[in-house]
Design a protein around this ligand. Structure first.
Ligand code: ATP
Ligand code: MG
Length: 405
């Protein structure tokens, strides 16, 4: 099993997928823009070979370089688990005549407007939306959609440039802010709770499923610095109120022609109990969501994903044992972290339910919370009982305070 894996070292969790691929017996050809000498030694040990390219997101250039590099060698899979590279992986597969998802199928997971059109065409509930390129187009779309609405880039990630707009004057300000965005989606604002639906799928059928709750919704977590965003995986997937979301998620995979691998969907649950589609990627969720799933079931999805991607088989038994809650913290003040308050008391109170503490320690420069949900680090806690997991997470959100100067 010879596998080309794109960007094996960045983002850092890609090193775990590389390890997973090695553990299921793949011979791995890594391609990335990180210098070979800079790769961590344990990652290098898993790679059969590595090609350094000038810029991994320069698709045409990487296509040529990788094809030249591998000429005469036969390859079985081209894989990518990082959103900006999923189209490139599909282009390489098509160029070499390999199986796996086509460029067209992957576009349905990458282009937000196309994804919504395809999901809507399957008869599923999607926010009303228009693709807009100019200000007059936007005003025309707003006439039809009404307020409140959402304006966001077509190829967005990380809630960057995503705005809720409540009035014509807010639209004026938002349009000014979005001048650098070539193409946007203008859509109906869905009021409701927001969840993920994550899978590892074989031929578009989930072999593993997960739901996590966003507390609060990402758009709020990304616009208010004082918020400590909390995400909790839901242990009990059988509860009736989640059923419409799971059903929606499974049908979306069929509608979009999912193949093998991870998917990460976001959806809304309205007060009427209706599930509404948000968006989906054919790659895992970021910001430690896969670790959370692993803590939920005591499994190793990095390896199980690799088994699915290589051998189309999911072998782990995945009992849902815990609600796993991650809490991201943001320090008060700029510069370097100076002190953390409340951490030790919180840990003492939660005891063995705490599974990770990766808060940045004093002396470390703050991360840009607008650029990364990871913010100034996180704690991870799990509990079999939802209310307990929720209580401990919010105790960390409010009780742990970080300061910077
Ligand atoms: N139609 C909508 N109705 C209500 N909220 C929305 C809508 N579209 C987007 N949002 C809010 O904005 C957030 C970001 O939107 P979306 O997920 O489409 O963009 P993104 O940039 O890909 O985000 P991320 O990378 O953080 O997942 C959503 O998680 C949700 O909170
Ligand atoms: Mg999103």
């Amino acid at each position: 099993m010879r596998v080309v894996f794109l960007s094996p070292s960045y983002p850092p969790e890609m090193q775990q997928y590389t390890r997973g691929l090695a553990e299921v017996g793949a011979t791995i050809y890594g391609v990335g823009d990180a210098p070979r000498e800079g790769l961590p030694p344990d990652l290098r040990a898993h790679l059969h070979d590595y090609l350094q390219v000038p810029r991994i997101t320069d698709e045409d250039d990487v296509l040529e370089r990788v094809s030249a590099w591998l000429r005469g060698r036969s390859i079985d899979r081209v894989l990518a688990n990082w959103e900006p590279l999923v189209i490139l992986a599909a282009r390489l597969r098509e160029r070499w005549g390999l199986g796996g998802m086509s460029v067209d199928a992957v576009r349905g997971f990458r282009d937000k407007q196309l994804m919504k059109e395809r999901v809507r065409a399957a008869g599923l509930r999607v926010p009303r939306s228009h693709r807009v390129r100019t200000e007059p187009e936007t005003w025309a779309a707003v006439e039809e959609i009404g307020y409140p609405l959402i304006l966001k880039p077509i190829a967005g990630a990380g809630s960057a440039d995503t705005y809720r707009v409540d009035s014509p004057s807010e639209l004026e300000t938002t349009l000014a802010r979005m001048r650098g965005v070539p193409e946007a989606s203008c859509e109906e604002y869905i009021d409701g709770e927001e969840f993920t639906f994550d899978t590892v799928s074989v031929g578009g059928v989930p072999a593993y499923e997960n739901v996590a709750a966003y507390l609060p919704k990402p758009i709020e977590a990304r616009s208010q610095e004082w918020v400590s965003p909390v995400i909790i995986t839901v242990r009990d997937l059988q509860q009736p109120r989640l059923a419409p979301g799971l059903e929606l998620g499974r049908r979306v995979l069929t509608a979009l022609g999912m193949g093998d691998g991870f998917t990460h969907m976001e959806w809304y649950l309205t007060s009427k109990g209706e599930a509404v589609f948000g968006e989906i990627g054919c790659r895992p969720g970021g910001a430690r969501l896969v670790d959370q799933m692993n803590y939920t079931s005591d499994i190793d999805l990095f390896r199980e994903w690799a088994r699915v991607a290589c051998w189309r088989s999911f072998e782990a038994v995945a009992p849902r044992k815990y609600n796993a809650a991650i809490v991201f913290k943001r320090a008060l003040g700029q510069g370097r972290i100076t002190r953390i308050e409340g951490l030790e008391a919180w840990k003492r109170a939660c005891g063995a339910w705490v599974v990770e503490d990766e808060l940045l320690r004093p002396g470390t420069p703050r991360r840009n919370w607008k650029h990364t949900l990871l913010s100034d680090g996180h704690v991870l806690v799990r509990h079999p009982d939802w209310n307990e997991a929720h209580r401990m997470a919010f105790a960390a959100a409010t009780g742990i305070r970080m300061y910077a100067q």
